[in-house]
Design a protein around this ligand. Structure first.
Ligand code: BG6
Length: 491
């Protein structure tokens, strides 16, 4: 099977933070793969921008290194790499000063070509760069801007950044990336819900008992300690990726896949989240911080040692029990957990259905296990629907819990593309469906801010957990208090 490539119109893409980690690890490899698949139309140019005084040749050499290191370039692809590198230029620009803007302008084509500015920088530079783009006459009719999370660190700072961006770019020209929305299986969640008649009648509190969303990582904070220590898991993962996943599980069917139709529905979910405040935070939140332990067979240091600090109250693990106060979801808890240095790297959504109302089969004291729909976002993307069947053979009516197993990873091997590849092409097409609108980002912060305030009031430090464990025991207690368990049927 091959995938169908729809070409995009020619574009100029300017990457601020062009010598940074995100650019080298994700953006240039993503662009390279789209180019290698012949998705670009000539003349398409990419310009890296940073403060460093490099010339274009030196910059191309650094991108080439990055492609070989992080880009999954296959042997024999040298000519395609060379063709890609020829699209690349570099401008040393002082993002908040006056130097370099003329050179950047000279590298870009005219008004009728799509022009995209990717700000792979800290959020403090989003507003200042947008203003400089305007002041230097770089914002053409087809210009658009792409910003990475985090958009601020709370609702107030996000609103300030959004105001600054909005003073230069119309809302439909601002593309706020949440790369989870570009992941293949996350879109499959929408296909599953809205392209199949089977699930929708069951997709509500009458039939669904609870929902779990886990994003587990084995890595620690790596080289990102300075950023991470000021953020923590709640702001780094919950405010954006995890709440976006929750939204896609919980939304009402949108009128269409039109960007605003989908985002209107997500916004309604965000506004329906039951507030977590000092009154209930102790009962419905758990935060943890990893200590030394074992990860992937190696002993690894604690968070504090990773940071080189004596003390920190930043959480590297968080679990929440969230209610969605509307007709569809009243009384259905959503359990979300995410953490660094957990035993396995995986992201999944588990929809736990209600048990059968009356048992006609003999079973053990726990009764007949309920059906579960497990949507594996990564790795080994796929969907499993756990059903009860009769165990084959003689010996009476014995039941067994087995999965109907659909592995996208096997069925469509090699076809799935990285989230950034998809999202970058969507920007060129001007399709904002998979990007966050201003009001969504701010509504997500309005849910998150009171949780941080509650933690500050409660003044309990994060609970310790050993690296390589599933987080603090309190996270298991959080879900078990409600008579549910975290899904452990991984194989
Ligand atoms: C980023 C977070 O947004 O997502 C990181 O800042 C996290 O801390 C990463 O590691 C996870 O992304 P993925 O695609 O590897 O699951």
């Amino acid at each position: 099977m091959t995938s169908r490539i729809i070409k995009v119109e020619p574009f100029d893409l300017v990457v601020f933070g062009g010598t940074g980690d995100l650019a080298y690890r994700k953006l240039f490899p993503a662009l390279f793969h789209r180019d290698a698949d012949e998705q670009f139309t000539e003349p398409t140019r990419i310009v890296g921008v940073s403060r460093r005084p490099l010339d274009s040749e030196e910059f191309r050499a650094s991108v080439k290194d990055a492609l070989w290191k992080f880009g999954g370039v296959k042997d024999g692809a040298e000519p395609v790499v060379e063709r890609f590198l020829q699209r690349i230029d570099y401008a040393a620009v002082d993002a908040t000063g006056d130097n370099g803007w003329d050179k950047l302008k000279a590298l870009l084509d005219g008004d009728d070509k799509v022009r995209a500015f990717y700000l792979a920088t800290g959020p403090d530079l989003f507003g200042p760069i947008a203003k400089k783009l305007a002041a230097n006459g770089l914002v053409t009719a087809k210009a658009r801007i792409i910003v990475e999370k985090p958009i601020g660190k709370d609702a107030a700072s996000a609103a300030a950044i959004n105001d600054e961006l909005g003073s230069v770019f119309a809302e439909n020209r601002i593309f706020r990336i949440d790369h989870y929305l570009g992941k293949e299986t996350v879109q499959n969640l929408m296909a599953l819900r809205f392209a199949n008649a089977l699930f929708e009648p069951l997709w509500n509190a009458a039939h669904i008992d609870h929902v779990q969303i886990t994003v587990a990582e084995t890595l620690g904070v790596e080289g990102r300690g300075a950023y991470y220590d000021g953020a923590g898991a709640l702001r780094d993962m919950m405010q954006n990726h995890m709440l976006q996943l929750l939204c896609l599980v919980a939304i009402e069917p949108p009128r269409s896949l039109d960007a605003d139709a989908l985002r209107d529905e997500k916004l309604k979910v965000l506004k329906s989240l039951e507030p977590i405040t000092a009154a209930n935070a102790a009962a419905v939140t758990v935060r943890g911080q990893y200590r030394a332990g074992m990860a992937e067979g190696k002993s690894v240091p604690s968070y504090l040692d990773d940071l080189g600090k004596e003390a920190s109250d930043t959480e590297t693990f968080v679990a929440l029990k969230i209610g969605v106060a509307n007709w569809r979801w009243a009384g259905v808890p959503f359990f979300l957990r995410t953490g660094k240095r957990l035993p396995q790297r995986f992201s999944e959504i588990v929809v736990g259905f209600r048990r059968v109302p009356h048992a006609i089969f003999e079973s053990n004291s726990d009764g007949i296990p309920a059906n579960r729909l497990v949507i594996r976002v990564q790795p080994d993307e796929g969907i499993k629907l756990w059903l009860m069947i009769k165990e084959p053979g003689a010996g009476g009516m014995r039941l067994k819990h087995v999965p109907l197993d659909m592995s996208f990873a096997k069925a469509f091997a090699g076809l799935s593309i990285d989230a950034y590849e998809r999202l970058l092409m969507d920007v060129v097409r001007g399709n904002a469906t998979l990007f966050m609108r201003r009001d969504e980002v701010e509504a997500a912060w309005r849910f998150i801010d009171p949780i941080r305030e509650a933690w500050a009031q409660i003044r309990e430090p994060p609970r310790p957990y050993a690296a390589g464990s599933w987080g603090p025991a309190a996270s298991i207690a959080l879900i078990e208090r409600d008579g549910r368990t975290w899904n452990e049927e991984f194989e």
